[in-house]
Every structure is written in C-alpha cells, then in structure tokens.
Design a protein around this ligand. Sequence first.
Ligand code: BGC
Length: 365
Amino acid sequence: MKKRISLFLVALLMVAMALTGCGGAGQSNESAEPPASEGGGFAADATIGVALPWLGTQNWAEADEMFKTELEAAGFKAIVQHADNKVPQQQQQIESMIQNGAKVIVVGPVDGSQLGAVLEEAEAAGIYIIGYDRLIENTTGINGVVQFGSIKTGELQGQALLDGLAANKGKGPYNIELFGGGPADPNAPNFFKGAMSVLQPKIDDGTLVVVSGQTDFTQCATMDWDNSKAQARMDSLLSGFYADKEIHGVLSPNDGIARAIITASEQAGQKIPVVSGLDAENESVKWVWSGRQYSTVAKPTDVLVGKTMEIIKSLQAGNGMPTPDTTVNNGKKDVGVYELPPLVVTKENAKEAFANDPGRMELLQ
Ligand code: BGC
C-alpha cells in the first residue's frame, strides 16, 4: 500500500514538473537539444528536408531516390534536393526548407564548413539537423551524423592496394601514385589519412615508391571529386614520370576516379595498375569482376538511408536522438556519430559481399 502511495506521489510530481516546465532531465538537455525535443516529437505527416550535395556519384543518386520513397512511405512530406556541387545553391535550398516548416533537415554538405550560418538559423528555429554521409563542420547546427567510418574506409583502401600489389605485381618495390577526393568534403582528408596510415610505413621502408614524390593530401586531392580532373592529373603524371617506367598501383578515393585512372593508364600504354575504389558503383562492380579495377569499398546506401530514417522516426515519436556510437569534434562541438562499417570488395569476395543486393549480383557474370 505504502509503495502504491509513493508511486502515485512520484507520478504526481512528474506531472507537476512537466506542467511547470522544470525538471532535471529537461533542463540539462536544454542547451544540447533544440526546442523541438521539449514538445515531444512532431506531427506524423511533418515536412522533412534532405539537402544532398550533387548526384555525380551513384551513392548520391541512390540516396535521392530512396529518401523520396521512404519518407513518403513513412507518411512524411519530403523535400529532397541536390545542389549540383554549388555552395550558394545548397544554402538557398536549406533556407527554403526552413521556410517550409521542415522539422528535420538531413544534409550531405557540398562544403563541410560553409553551412554554419544557415544551419544555426535552423537550429534556432528548433529544427533537427542530421549530417548524412559527410560531417558538417564549424557549426553548432548539427545534432548528429550518420556515416560509414571514414578513416576505416581509407584504411581498407590502403590495405587493398597493398594486397593487390602483392597478388598481381610480383615482389616489389612497387611504383605507385596517390589520389585524394574533393578537399571541401570532410570525408576526403579522412579517407586519405586512413590510407596513409597503412601506406606510409611501406613508403618509409622502400616497398612503395611514389615516383612523383606527391604525397601530401593537397597535392593529391581532386577538386570537386571531378573524374575528368583526376584523369588529367593521371595523364600528366604518366607522361612526366612514367615514360620509361611501369606504374604498379594507384590509391584512388572512389570508383569514378578509379575508372579515370585506369582509363588514363590504358591510354598511355601501361599495363593496368592495381587501383582501389569506393562506392561499389555498378560500372566498377563490372570492372572488379572482369579484373580491370582491383577493389572497391561497399557502403550500401540503403543501410545509410535506413539508419537516417530510424533517427527521423525516433525524433518524430519524441524520443530524441538515439545514443550515438561515438563522437567527433566538428570545430564547434562534439557531434554524435552513427557509424556503419564499410566493406572492401575484390573479385574474390564479390559474390558474398553482394549476396543481398540483387542489382549488383546481376553484374557478376
Ligand atoms: C562519399 C563518397 C562519394 C564522394 C563523391 C563522399 O563524401 O562518401 O561515397 O564517392 O563523396 O561524391
């Protein structure tokens, strides 16, 4: 009986606290969470914005489709846009998502550090902001980021390059070159850093020779992830440094750039070097299967979108941001990271890797 009375009192106290707006949990959360969380979620048919950077690689085109389909299937109104790799366009799109009353804005930034002002405006309006695939830097306007481990991705790329060289290019030392992604994308330096953590010791001990000497990210980066720029750099590396040498391997940050590197090598009359990749794009899955590209890294879009949808549904139900796997500092705050595991794919494990992906399985013949 006593227990019941005390339970009743506790319940009464909780109601009173809720009504007066005080209470430990609510208060301590106030600075970390936007006001939306205090209202306990939002309407089941609310507007959700998704701001993607561009549709230039298969992963973003898949995300564009999947977000439209899944947000609508879940009963939300979806505004899904891409910014053609242009910062001002993305800022305007996010601005108009705010004006349209979006409760959550999912952002794959064109430039990780150029959205501070507009996202802080969204934050002040009580909108939740989720970084998608890429971190958003130097802003308090971010509640979490969903991504495949970016350092881990680079480590897999570096290791694949080493494995491929050992398997296909004899004993070494091996002549290699290094490529990075778009410098405005916070993933690109991380991919490179992860890869270099594996490759640098082998450069130091003479197993790998970067013939051009270009080993800094800034020298190796590919502006805007533009395949044609990577191909032009590869052309000049080959004509400048490999006229009388074989190139054995190339670190590539994604599949589009990998195909550009391979094409340039073929055109220069080289044997195809061992080249890493990322995204498991259809075209590269075919090239891996036929032996033209050594490896890719799968980071399935449906898994990334699925995780993002899970977070949106938690916010809608008033349960706040789920507990993240880890945190990363974005220059202004510690951001919760929902981190998924990337998987390296070569011809050897392709059938297992894509066992649950009928579209890609079809390419393996
Ligand atoms: C993504 C990659 C993609 C690249 C270029 C990166 O942020 O993680 O999947 O290939 O952007 O679009």
